[in-house]
Design a protein. Structure first.
Length: 128
């Protein structure tokens, strides 16, 4: 019923799982380039999972859905898959070619935060 909260849960579970995989199974050295990239991808995945939780909680309190916040949730989801997913898979599966989608994911995350800004500005204008 609440797809945003569902995706947030998937992202959180995937982030914790990927973190454990990198640390225990892959034994990535955080000081290495691969370890740094992997850790960054896991951090962004978890951060955006938490952001989706906040969006889901806020939207649940509103009488109607905010289009900019819905767009932000969609963009965060795409960013989690394209940025974090591609970097994690590229290192865990030793498939560097998949990293080509990471910039699209990062751009999606940025656009999602811009949508949050738009939502905030629309709410401020409506409150005045």
């Amino acid at each position: 019923k609440n797809w945003i909260l569902f995706v947030a849960g998937l992202g959180g579970a995937a982030g914790v799982t990927a973190g454990a995989l990198g640390s225990h199974a892959l034994k990535l050295d955080p000081q290495s380039q691969a370890g740094h990239i992997y850790h960054l991808a896991v951090s962004y995945l978890l951060l955006h999972a938490v952001a989706l939780c906040a969006l889901a909680a806020y939207r649940a309190q509103q009488p109607r859905a905010s289009l900019p916040l819905t767009i932000a949730a969609i963009l965060f989801t795409a960013g989690m898959l394209l940025f974090s997913g591609s970097l994690i898979v590229s290192i865990a599966a030793d498939w560097p070619a998949i990293r080509v989608s990471a910039p699209w994911g990062g751009s999606s995350m940025i656009a999602g935060w811009i949508a949050v800004i738009v939502a905030g500005m629309r709410m401020k204008i409506a409150a005045d």
